[in-house]
Write a protein that binds this ligand. Structure first.
Ligand code: SF4
Length: 468
């Protein structure tokens, strides 16, 4: 049993009671909502004559369905327009803050809440989106939930959940140049598998995470769910507090000192007991690329697509499916694989530091002929900051399209879609069959810098060669 961990302390301090099912009724400090998973939840609430219990603990934005080329209303997609209108109406009727397009604060839900200082250490956070684990970067316990749970949180500000075990993922050392937070989490998932984290919360510890910026920690925590963990977190520290201080919803004045004292107290104790510990050496992590149809099917950029014989018996069935879907031959190098589309964005890698790293690679080069490359900032604030730094010009001069904020081709619930069998190099988080909008489209996950390298070379390419 885990003991003395941040997870235990936050869980225990938010426990309302134990339900007859044995589950914990957990108070949720912050509920983030968006246009896709909330309309039905609000409808269920209306059917029962219930109100939103804590509208001041509920914050909305619009991200999945927004077009990224032209955001003029009404949207040309009638369904998308209906969805944004439903959210506008629901927020208005229930007194919920809504960061709408043009507010200056709109963007992908997991990008905007940290930007605004809404995400804070020691909180419990829920959102009807799998990648809510992102907020764990601040030492929060954050869960992705389904539509009926969105209803539950709207009505009661609580969730019925079974307590998780805690696995410490310790990574120590300094990353090689050209190796990023995305490579770290792809490496962890590749090693532990997509189901390795089922039943666990992942605590990311060790000197590598301590050296990371908040944005890098968000990239890591974001993909916890891809490794099967319900949530992932990093203990709050000086880096966390420096990021938070002065943000709109961060504690101000004397409240700040009190908050820091509380945040320090919830860190995992030095003698905390974990249910499992896994240790990695950062220097052994290469730029990593997926070759298959799950985020665990990844390899180092200089490796070959594994043959069935090289894989554990349990992984062979899904590998065979991946070979035929991806059309990538086992035993062949991943480097040099031709790409059609290059996408930089998403809640994993659509923040300002991601765009800076990608721009460093793109600068002075041009997108290869026949490749469509585009950059989608994670939020209006990210876009504003990037334009102030001239990153938009760097990308455009290199032949990338510069778009408006949204989820874009991460999930393709908007006009940004792969066509046919196109192969995409993507900084997003899922490479499932059909994920990027074409039923036969193919996705290779990698860091934003690696996507930029693929764009200018027209093929999967080792970004370290360009950085040199
Ligand atoms: S960017 Fe992708 S994973 Fe993130 S919230 Fe949007 S659709 Fe979900």
């Amino acid at each position: 049993m885990s003991k003395g961990t941040l997870f235990d302390k936050v869980w225990d301090s938010h426990t309302v009671g134990v339900l007859p099912s044995g589950q914990t009724q957990l108070f949720i400090g912050l509920h983030l909502i968006h246009e896709v998973t909330s309309p039905q939840a609000f409808a269920m609430l209306r059917e029962r004559g219930l109100k939103v219990l804590f509208p001041e603990r509920t914050v909305a934005t619009v991200d999945h369905i927004v077009p990224t080329d032209n955001q003029a209303r009404p949207f040309s997609d009638r369904l998308a327009e209906e969805m944004i209108q439903a959210l506008e109406d629901n927020c208005k009727q229930n007194g919920i803050t809504f960061y709408n397009i043009g507010s200056g604060s709109q963007g992908i839900v997991h990008v905007i809440a940290p930007e605004q200082g809404l995400t804070q250490p020691g909180m419990t956070i829920a959102c009807g989106d799998s990648h809510t684990s992102t907020h764990g970067a601040f030492g929060a316990i954050a869960f992705g939930i389904g539509t009926s749970q969105v209803r539950d949180v709207l009505a009661s500000q609580t969730l019925a959940l079974a307590k998780l075990k805690v696995r410490k993922i310790e990574v120590n050392g300094t990353l090689q140049p050209g190796v990023y937070a995305k490579d770290v989490i792809l490496h962890v998932i590749r090693t532990l598998g997509v189901k390795g984290g089922v039943g666990y919360a992942y605590e990311y510890a060790g000197t590598t995470f301590e050296q990371m910026s908040m944005e890098e920690r968000m990239t890591v925590c974001n993909m916890s769910i891809e490794g099967g963990a319900r949530c992932g977190y990093v203990n709050p520290d000086r880096v966390t507090y420096e990021y938070l201080k002065g943000r709109k919803f961060a504690p101000q004045g004397s409240d700040w000192e009190k908050a820091v004292a509380w945040w320090d107290s919830i860190r995992s104790d030095a003698d905390a007991e974990y249910d499992d510990v896994v240790v990695f050496d950062a220097s052994e992590i290469p730029p990593t690329v997926t070759w298959g149809i799950t985020p665990a099917q990844g390899i180092g950029i200089n490796q070959t697509v594994p043959t069935s014989e090289e894989l554990p018996a349990d992984d062979r069935f899904i590998a065979e499916e991946a070979y035929s879907y991806m059309d990538l031959a086992p035993g062949k190098p991943i480097e040099g694989t031709k790409v059609d589309v290059c996408f930089i964005g998403s809640c994993t890698n659509g923040r300002i530091s991601d765009l800076r790293e990608a721009a460093k690679v793109a600068k002075g080069h041009h997108v290869a002929q026949g490749v469509k490359a585009f950059v989608v900032p994670g939020s209006e604030l990210v876009k504003q900051q990037a334009e102030a730094e001239g990153l938009d010009r760097v990308f455009q001069e290199a032949g990338f399209e510069w778009r408006e904020p949204g989820c874009s081709m991460c999930l393709a619930m908007n006009p940004d879609k792969l066509e046919g069998r196109q192969l995409s190099a993507s900084s997003s988080n899922r490479n499932f069959k059909g994920r990027q909008g074409s039923a036969s489209g193919r996705t290779l996950l990698m860091s934003p810098a690696m996507v930029a390298a693929a764009a200018v070379k027209g093929e999967v390419y080792d970004v370290r060669e360009l950085l040199n």
